[in-house]
Each structure stands twice: as C-alpha cells, then as structure tokens.
Design a binder for this molecule. Structure first.
Ligand code: IFM
Length: 480
C-alpha cells in the first residue's frame, strides 16, 4: 500500500480513470451517417429537458476528442471510460453497419493508446437507436436483445484487437425506470407493463453480447455497470425495515441476483407476477455467465420510511426529488447540486456486501462523482473544494474496502468534463474539467489538479511529479 497526499491509501497498481458517455459529450448528433437515437428524439421535443437543452453539440468531442485526451494524459489518468453510440455504428439499430461511425471510435481508441490511456468502452449508455424504439418498443421487445448482441459483435470485430475491457450496459435500472416507467428519460414512456420486460431484455442482451464478445475475443474482460444504492430504514418499525428491503430488491437485487445467482429476487419478484416478462429456458444461464468484472456506479444512499399510499414508489424520490415517504438523513450532512446526500460509508458498505453476498467479484468503480455549483474566478480558477472532498472521501473508503479484501481494482470519476446531465440539461456540472459550452474552452478545476497529484502519489515517483497547479498555488493557465 502506498500513502498518498491525502487520507487515501490504495495499492500502487490501482487504476485511476474518468468516465463519460456518448450522448452526454459527443455532439455531432446527425454527423457522418449517424441515425437518430431515442435521446435525439426526446430532447428535440419541447418541454422534456431543463432550459430546452439538447446533446446536439454538447462538448463537441465528435469534432475534437484530442484536446480532452491530451488533458487526461496531462492529469496522469490510466484509463478512460467512454460509451459507443449504437446509432453511429448501426443507424437503424440492426443490419447495416456505418463504417464512418466505427471509424470515429477506431480513431478514439488509437488516440487513447497513443497517450498510454487504457480504453474502457461501454456498449450501451441509454442512447438506443430510434428505429428500434419505433419498430420494437426498444428493449420491451426481446428482439432488441439479439440486435444488441449483433451490434456488440460488430464493434468488437473492429476494436477488439486493441480493447481488452468491455462493459455491456450502463445502469440498466435507470434506463428501464426513468425511460419506461417514470418517463423522465428517453423515450419518455410511462408503462408499468413495459418495465420488467425492459429489465429482463437488457439483461438478456448483456448475456448474449457477452457470449459473442468472448467467442470473438477469448481474452476479453467483460462486465456490466450497475448503479447501486444502499437502502436504510428511517425508523425502527418493521414497516420501515420492509420499505428498505423492498427498495433494495427493486434497485440492487433486481440486477445483482440474476447476474450472480441466476434468479430474480424474492419475495419481490413473486409479488410482481402480473408484470412478468416471458423468461425462456436458457435465459437465466446466459444472464448469469460469470462476469470478469462488475462495474459499480455509486453516488448516494436512500433512507426510506414506509408509506402505505406509496407501497413501492418510495424508491425514486432521490432521482425525482418529489415523492413523499423518504427521509433526507440527519441534518448537517452535505447534499450535492443533484440533491443527493454525500454518504461515502454507503460505498464501503456496498463493496463489502458484494464481497460477502455475491462472491467477491472483481470490481471497478465505474462512476463516482458529484455535481456542485462551480464558480469561475476572473483569473480562470475553479475552487471546487466540495467536489475534491467528495472524491477524497470516496477514494478513502475504496482503499479501506481493498484493505479488508474487496477485489476493487480501479476507480473512474464521473466525469472528466462537464456534460449533458440528461433531464437536467447542462445545469448540473460533474466534471473535473469545466466546459464553457459556448466556446468549448476547458478549464481544469482544482479537483482535477488534486486528482492528478493523488494519482502521481499512489503510483509512486516513477511517473514523475505532477507539474500542474497546487490547490493553494498561483493561477497558472489551465485552459486547454
Ligand atoms: O450522468 C449520469 C450518467 O450518465 C449515469 N450515471 C449517473 C450520472 C450522474 O447522474
């Protein structure tokens, strides 16, 4: 173990990265033969996104990714997690492959490798090709799982000689819940009948894609990224305990149990009989193929109080910030600009639980980070101390988890740059790097400089000292 400049103690070979997703940064929404995705359609409809924002141009990385890669290199990152837009590669979601779309990711991977950064692509981060939504209802239909595997195979055929780590899906819970049940994400459906079908067919798509990737590249490391949130009961009553347990089954175990145990969680699954998808023989075996790694996306916890009028709904208020039945935790705690409680102990607990209850899988923390209100000072400095502290606290508990035997190998900050935060548009900034979306100018925030120093310290002197600005130091130009 190496002692770093902070409370963070991590093994010297720990992997440090940062993450993004295609729709949130790329722009170029209809460039070079790309087909429309459900997010293009959704954001183009008035009233769906705060301030009417869209990802049409976003951080324009489709036009220029090199600047950000140079910046990641300068910060000393080991790896970059990004996602591939299905509708760039297959404009109709199936069939014809758009070579120009694949060329883009080909160049991106080469540029990363040229700078010594490990590419960590995710194949699906919610931007489903619109054609599949129109024809099939997206993952509501089982066929979409097969199309997803075909698309994954097309990507792996092209990039698999240079990419070792593949993440199939990002946060399938969010895609199903926000997109098909609550309707605040694309495609904006509110259909309880669709919900569990989208859950099952995404998992099936994951299983089918995993099998295809392994057939094409036997040495590939394949995983999935889940948003995991520990649930706590607000009071001591058995009802509150039941509420917390229901929340846990509906969010965490709905995905962990099929992936690691080959079955959906009971008793919840039995109670939702009316809404079950059709599960065919062999589905659960495909879904439960051993993962090479589990991606953990962690942001906050949920504290639930039983409410007889909202028997299941007490799951979603943290996301929506509006449904009754949820406690905000004790006073004196910090909340991020998303309204999420800063609760690093929940990450420790989640990691420990995965070790104890799910067989100690290899873990990458594929997302962790915080939105805060950033102020750009006249000299161009951004003193985002709250974000820095957030990262330090979560990396510290990650190190503590590693010391008690959790097999956690790496950590990706969400996000390297400010980007399009879905229903919130550009209002919520998660980046280590500030983006002025009008000029596309980048400024490394203090948290970014801190992260760079941490990486240098943990990896040891062989990588050289970080020469960027100290958090107390004079303003140096970090405009890239
Ligand atoms: O921006 C999102 C990301 O796309 C998925 N995980 C959570 C992040 C912050 O809300």
């Amino acid at each position: 173990m190496t002692h770093a400049v902070t409370h963070v103690e991590l093994p010297s070979d720990f992997l440090f990265g940062a993450a993004t997703s295609a729709y949130q940064i790329e722009g170029g929404w209809d460039a070079d033969g790309k087909g429309p995705s459900i997010w293009d359609r959704f954001t183009h409809r008035p009233g769906r996104i705060r301030n009417g924002d869209t990802g049409d141009t976003a951080a324009e990385t489709y036009r220029n990714f090199q600047t950000d890669i140079d910046m990641m290199r300068a910060l000393g990152l080991d790896a970059y997690r990004f996602s591939i837009a299905w509708s760039r590669v297959m404009p109709d979601g199936r069939g014809r492959v758009n070579d120009k779309g694949l060329d883009y990711y080909d160049r991106l991977v080469d540029a990363l490798l040229a700078k010594g950064l490990i590419p960590f692509p995710t194949l699906f981060h919610w931007d489903l090709p619109q054609a599949l939504e129109d024809d099939k209802g997206g993952f509501v239909h089982r066929d979409t799982a097969e199309y997803f595997a075909d698309y994954a195979a097309a990507v792996v055929r092209r990039l698999g000689d240079r990419v070792d780590h593949w993440t199939t899906l990002n946060e399938p819970w969010v895609h199903a819940t926000m997109g098909y049940l609550i309707g605040v994400h694309a495609p904006g459906r509110r259909d309880p009948w669709a919900y569990l079908r989208v859950v099952h067919h995404q998992l099936l798509g994951h299983g089918l894609a995993m099998a295809r990737i392994r057939a094409l590249r036997p040495t590939a490391r394949v995983g999935i990224a889940l948003n995991l949130t520990p649930f706590y009961q607000a009071g001591d009553s058995p009802h509150d305990r039941e509420a917390a347990d229901t929340g846990d089954q509906l969010l965490n175990r709905l995905f962990l149990d099929p992936l690691f145990r080959g079955r959906y969680p009971d008793p919840l699954w039995g109670k939702m009989r009316l809404f079950h998808p059709r599960i065919r023989p062999g589905d659960m075996d495909l879904i439960a193929q051993p993962l090479d790694f589990l991606g953990v996306n962690y942001y906050t916890r949920s504290v639930l109080r039983y409410h007889r009028l909202v028997p299941l709904l007490h799951l979603w208020p943290k996301e929506l910030g509006m449904i009754a039945g949820v406690d905000r935790g004790p006073s004196g705690v910090t909340y991020t600009a998303m309204g999420w409680e800063v609760y690093p102990a929940g990450l420790f607990e989640t990691l420990l639980r995965l070790k104890k209850e799910y067989g100690n899988p290899t873990i990458y923390i594929t997302e962790n980070g915080a939105a805060f209100l950033d102020t750009v000072e006249p000299g161009g400095r951004i003193r985002d101390e709250e974000r820095r502290a957030f990262l330090e606290q979560h990396l510290a508990v990650t190190g503590a988890a590693a010391r008690v035997g959790v097999d956690v190998r790496g950590y990706f900050v969400w996000s390297i740059i400010d980007n399009f935060e879905w229903a919130y548009g550009f209002d919520k900034r998660f980046g280590l790097v500030h983006v002025d979306f009008a000029t596309q100018q980048r400024i490394i925030k203090d948290s970014g400089h801190w992260y760079a120093r941490l990486i240098r310290a943990v990896h040891g002197a062989e990588n050289g000292a970080y020469e960027g600005r100290g958090t107390q130091g004079p303003d140096s130009s970090s405009h890239l």
